[in-house]
Design a protein. Structure first.
Length: 300
């Protein structure tokens, strides 16, 4: 009887283990499809090149049970030279491994050579970029890095691409400044939480503790060309109204000056000041007066 019970327990343990494996591979496959499936654009950068020297790169990935298929299209910047390549590969441990197995179409000058390559790419959920390295399979000493971001477009498989390269320089500048990929920037903007910045009594100097918030706000604004910020200064009720108007203005200007010094253009900013006229707490306690010595923000 004990022997039969032991067999039963082991069978149940094995079923449980197999279920866990099935769930794991199912989730891993779902992760791969949700993260890697679709169209991407960015840059293929040969080792030693500056970002500006890179090759325009488009990719169309399709995942099915961890098996990768699709195409990549490399284009010379602002030129009609290109190569369309067939790819295959796998996704393992959240890494996309690909190999360019054939060049389907190409157009080049007499001095150019389109090299096939293989590579490994990983997705950074914080920045939204798909990055990794590549090595050529048919050209010597040809290796480097790839940086891609997701975009919704139809990749051309003809001689003439219907996508201009107007995005390329903007992408390079954004990447250098540490901005996230466009789809992540939308999330950052929608989830950004404003908070007032507080000042010491009769002071307009920015506290060190607030600079991380200001830097995060700068990043969000830089990532959206249509976005501006209003900065509004306030004071507590200590002192005369005329003096407090000037103090609230200096506080707002200190924030604006910080933004400009860290790369925001002045035309992306507006500032206002109200002195002691718009308190958010009582002026009868030290804690309330501290809350009123502030600068507020809003997107406009």
């Amino acid at each position: 009887m004990e022997h039969l019970l032991l067999i039963f327990v082991r069978e149940q343990q094995m079923k449980y283990f197999c279920t866990l494996l099935l769930v794991f591979f199912s989730l891993n496959g779902s992760f791969a499809r949700s993260v890697f499936d679709g169209t991407w654009q960015g840059i293929l950068l040969k080792a030693g090149q500056n970002l500006e020297q890179g090759t325009v790169l488009y990719a169309d990935f399709e995942l099915n049970d961890g098996i990768l298929s699709g195409t990549m299209r490399e284009e010379a910047y602002e030129n009609n030279f290109y190569a369309l390549k067939l790819i295959k590969g796998t996704v393992e441990s959240k890494t996309l491994n690909y190999t360019q197995i054939a060049t389907l179409k190409k157009k080049k000058s007499s001095k150019m050579k389109w090299c096939r390559n293989n590579g490994a790419l990983r997705y950074d959920s914080t920045t939204g970029y798909l990055t990794g390295t590549f090595n050529s399979t048919d050209c010597r000493r040809f290796s480097g890095t790839i940086i891609l971001y997701r975009n919704d477009f139809e990749m051309s498989k003809e001689d003439q691409s219907h996508l201009s390269h107007i995005w390329f320089n903007r992408f390079i500048q954004d990447y250098k400044e540490g901005l996230s990929a466009p789809d992540i920037r939308d999330i950052e903007r929608n989830n950004f939480v404003f908070k007032p910045l507080f000042f010491d009594f009769d002071k307009s100097e920015i506290r060190e503790e607030h600079k991380a918030f200001l830097d995060a706000l700068i990043k969000v604004v830089k990532g959206h060309s249509d976005l501006r910020v209003r900065v509004t200064g306030h004071t507590d009720a200590e002192g005369t109204n005329g003096y407090n108007i000037g103090l609230s203005k200096r506080r707002a200007e200190a924030i604006v000056n910080y933004f400009v010094a860290h790369g925001l253009k002045a035309d992306r900013l507006k500032f206002d000041f109200h002195g002691e006229k718009k308190p958010i707490a009582t002026n009868k306690t030290p804690e309330g007066r501290q809350r009123n010595r502030r600068v507020d923000f809003e997107f406009i």
